[in-house]
Design a protein around this ligand. Structure first.
Ligand code: SF4
Length: 321
C-alpha cells in the first residue's frame, strides 16, 4: 500500500549569529535536522518531546508553512512541489491543521458557520447554498447542531470551539490532520470528549493524524506509532505499548518516568541534569550526552544513528541493545 505521507530527511536550518554583538560570528540553528517518518491512511503518529525539540517545526514543514532546508515530502507517492504552486495548493487541501487554542484560531467577529464554510469559498467549491449544506453536515458530524451555525466563538464553550476548528479542518475532506497540542487549551473534563471525537472521525473517515502533544498518556492512547524528538532529531520511534513499557533511549526513559501512575508507590522519576542545550551549540557526538546518566566516552565523539532494534522500534543510542 502506498503511504499517505512520507517525510524523508526533513531539515529546517536558520543562519544566525552567535556571541556578543561586537564579536558575533555566523552559526547554524538546526531546528529540525534529518527527520524521517511514514504515515499510512487511518493511522496516527504521535510526536513527543520537550518544548523547542522541533515538533511544531516538523508539523509546519509537512504543511508547507515553512520552507525545507533539506529533505522531501511525498503525499501518496507524489513529491510535494514548491509551496504556492497550483499543484501544491491542490495537494495541500488533503492536509489540514488543528491548532492548540481554538479561540485564537477562530475570528471572534465572524459567525462560526461562515468560518466553517470559508475554505470552500477560498477554493471556489460549490454554490453558496451547497457550501451551507456541507457546513451544516460537517457541524453535525463533529457533534454540533444547526443552531450553532449562527453563533459567534465567544458564545461557545472551549470544547464546542475546538469542534468548530475541527469542522473547518474537515470541510475540504482532507486525508491527514496535523493536530498540534489539540487538547492542551481545554479543560480536563473536555479533553477526553475531543480525543474520543478524533478517534471516532478517524474510524469513520479513515483520517491519518500527526498528533503532537506534551500529554504522553494521551499520545499513548491515540497513537499507532510514537516518535520521540530531542534537539531536532528523532531519538526513538516505534510501537507505543513497547516504547512506553520499556523505553530504550535514556531520554525516552526520563520522559516516561514523569508520567504519573496510579499506584501507592508511584514510579521512580528520572530527573535529567540541566536544560536542553542551545540549538546553536549542539554538543558533539550524541546531542544528549551532557544530560545522559549512562554516557560513555564514545557518546562525546560519535553521533548515534537511528537504527532498528530486534523488536521493530528504532533507537539512536550507542548503548541501546
Ligand atoms: Fe546516552 Fe550515549 Fe546513548 Fe547518547 S548515545 S543517549 S549519550 S548512552
Amino acid at each position: 500500500m502506498t503511504a499517505l505521507l512520507e517525510a524523508e530527511g526533513l531539515a529546517r536550518h536558520y543562519q544566525v549569529r552567535k556571541g556578543s554583538r561586537l564579536f558575533s560570528r555566523p552559526a547554524t540553528l538546526r531546528a529540525v535536522d534529518g527527520v524521517s517518518f511514514t504515515l499510512q491512511p487511518g493511522r496516527t503518529l504521535g510526536l513527543v518531546g520537550e518544548s523547542g525539540c522541533g515538533k511544531t517545526t516538523t508539523a509546519k514543514l509537512v504543511l508547507g508553512l515553512l520552507p525545507l532546508s533539506a529533505g522531501e515530502i511525498r503525499l501518496q507517492g507524489e513529491t510535494l512541489p514548491k509551496a504556492g504552486s497550483t499543484r501544491w495548493r491542490e495537494l495541500r487541501r488533503t492536509m489540514q491543521m488543528v491548532y492548540q487554542d481554538p479561540l485564537a484560531a477562530l475570528d471572534r467577529r465572524i459567525a462560526v458557520g461562515r468560518q466553517v464554510m470559508e475554505p470552500l469559498a477560498i477554493h471556489t467549491i460549490g454554490t453558496p447554498a451547497e457550501r451551507r449544506d456541507k457546513a451544516l453536515a460537517i457541524l453535525e458530524s463533529v457533534g454540533l447542531q444547526a443552531h450553532h451555525f449562527a453563533r459567534y466563538p465567544h458564545e461557545l464553550s472551549g470544547g464546542q470551539r475546538q469542534r468548530i476548528v475541527l469542522a473547518r479542518a474537515l470541510i475540504l475532506s482532507p486525508r491527514l490532520l496535523v493536530c498540534d497540542e489539540p487538547i492542551s487549551a481545554l479543560d480536563v473534563s473536555i479533553q477526553a470528549q475531543v480525543v474520543n471525537l478524533l478517534l471516532a472521525l478517524q474510524a469513520k473517515m479513515g483520517l491519518a493524524y500527526l498528533f503532537i502533544s506534551h500529554d504522553l498518556r494521551m499520545v499513548r492512547q491515540v497513537s499507532h506509532e510514537v516518535a520521540v524528538m530531542y534537539l531536532g532529531r528523532i531519538v526513538e520511534q516505534g510501537d507505543p505499548d513497547r516504547l512506553f513499557a520499556a523505553p530504550a533511549h535514556p531520554y525516552t526513559r526520563a520522559l516516561v518516568s514523569a508520567i504519573p501512575v496510579a499506584t501507592r508507590k508511584g514510579r521512580q522519576r528520572l530527573i535529567l541534569k540541566g536544560d536542553p542545550p542551545n540549538p546553536i551549540d549542539v554538543p558533539s557526538g550524541c546531542a544528549f550526552h551532557e544530560r545522559c546518566p549512562i554516557a560513555v566516552a564514545r557518546c562525546r565523539a560519535e553521533t548515534p544513528l537511528l537504527r532498528p532494534m530486534a523488536d521493530g522500534r528504532h533507537v539512536a543510542c550507542h548503548l541501546a541493545a
